[in-house]
Design a protein around this ligand. Structure first.
Ligand SMILES: Cc1cc2nc3c(=O)[nH]c(=O)nc-3n(C[C@H](O)[C@H](O)[C@H](O)COP(=O)(O)OP(=O)(O)OC[C@H]3O[C@@H](n4cnc5c(N)ncnc54)[C@H](O)[C@@H]3O)c2cc1C
Length: 375
């Protein structure tokens, strides 16, 4: 059975590797160019160990990371490691056709029989018995295949930083009154911090408007261990805001196409489980394909049958499962933007650029009473 994997993220690469180890080489199509690397760290939780172990990369990845809270037998409950380290290890020896963006599916007799992609040499068409969408939250393959999905914009967002300065411990966390998190990850490349806030009307610009110094002071108040790492945050580009889209699919496959990873289910990152779920899907699908080499529908049926119950508890609880609620009134230092900052409405679209930036930018903070209806 020829399998085409769309997307060279951790789920797609793990699938290709798991199939190759079972004597079933496949092709991965990835829209990004060959040299591009995802920066920053990831916390690989213990639920994410089985699949990388199956494909022979776990030891290499853990050796390049920082162990978090080792168990008595020495196994860490999680590893803080560069995303690029994990992706490079998974990619090693796998055929990835970079610069290939899938734009269509080929159909014959009521089933999908291949993909159409734009590549460096122009459009290509590749036949396949099974197309796997490992193409992330927005999943073009999911849309092209007509697999229904519910996409929900989360009511919380994240303000995060990356710093070259190491953190003392590999992991620190503070739970706020309502169970939202402030976290600090120390990895061999430095440190990264993340603060979960209410999603801010006005988007990224509004979220970052109070500026670098306000953010550093507020973050340190909540998590004093971040003081050292934040000394390495000197440029606004080191801080970013991120909104979160959650994905759920009731249907897992249609004839000739199935989904894995965030194309199938994306959770709020505070759950810290995305890598485990995605790579676990990939391993389950590889085992199902290996067991049904001439029947893609049987492989998909078996994949869903065994994997759905494994994923269901995480999806049922969602990120709520990681919340430790302190209760009581929300403390002022837990609010972002800080009390006293006022969010103004967006400038009219036809305002002249000079006037707009001087007088009516989308968000202009100033000291004063909290905005009505503000945090
Ligand atoms: C801020 C943040 C922090 C996180 N932290 C953690 C953490 O600490 N621990 C954890 O376990 N999880 C974490 N996660 C979740 C984790 O990163 C994801 O679950 C995981 O990366 C998803 O992998 P994936 O392979 O499913 O999708 P992706 O990584 O999104 O890969 C999809 C790939 O498909 C490619 N693609 C898309 N469309 C096309 C197309 N048309 N043609 C060809 N290629 C295409 C994309 O370029 C991309 O390379 C975090 C997520 C976020 C957003």
């Amino acid at each position: 059975m020829r399998v085409i994997v769309v997307g060279a993220g951790m789920a797609g690469l793990l699938l290709a590797r798991a199939l190759a180890r079972r004597g079933r080489p496949t092709v991965v199509l990835e829209q990004a160019s060959a040299g591009s690397r995802v920066p920053g760290p990831i916390m690989l939780p213990f639920q994410a160990y089985d699949a990388p172990e199956d494909v022979g990369v776990l030891a290499r990845v853990t050796a390049a990371g920082r162990a978090i809270a080792p168990r008595p037998d020495g196994t860490p409950v999680a590893v803080a490691v560069g995303r690029a380290v994990l992706l490079d290890a998974l990619r090693d020896g796998i055929e990835v056709r970079h610069g290939h963006r899938v734009t269509g599916l080929v159909r014959e007799g009521g089933r999908v029989t291949g993909v159409e992609a734009g590549g460096p040499e122009g459009p290509v068409r590749i036949d396949a018995a099974l197309v796997v969408g490992a193409d992330g939250t927005d999943s073009p393959v999911r849309g092209l295949a007509g697999i229904p999905a519910s996409l929900t914009l989360s009511d919380t967002a994240f303000i995060s930083f990356r710093s070259p300065v190491a953190a003392e411990a590999p992991f620190a966390i503070e739970f706020l009154s309502d169970g939202r998190q402030v976290t600090l990850l120390g990895w061999p490349g430095g440190s990264a911090g993340s603060w979960q806030v209410d999603r801010i009307a006005g988007g990224h610009e509004a979220a970052l408007a109070p500026g670098l110094d306000a953010f550093k002071a507020a973050f340190t108040r909540l998590l004093p261990a971040a003081a050292g790492p934040l000394s390495g945050v000197t440029q606004p580009e080191q801080v970013r805001s991120r909104e979160v889209v959650e994905v759920r699919c009731d249907r897992w496959w249609v004839p000739g196409v199935t989904l894995i990873g965030e194309a199938l289910h994306a959770m709020n990152p505070e759950a810290g489980i995305g890598s485990g779920l995605g790579m676990g899907d990939a391993l389950a699908l590889a085992i199902a394909v290996d067991g049904n080499p001439a029947d893609p529908d049987a492989a998909c049926r078996e994949y869903e049958h065994w994997r759905r119950p494994a994923v269901a508890p995480y999806l049922a609880v969602g990120s709520q499962g990681t919340r430790v609620v302190r209760g009581g009134p929300v403390r002022d230092e837990e609010r972002w933007p800080p009390p006293g900052w006022v969010t103004r409405p967006a400038a009219p679209a036809r305002a002249a650029p000079a006037a707009r930036s001087a007088a009516a930018g989308p968000v202009r903070p100033h000291r004063g009473p909290a905005a009505p209806g503000g945090p």
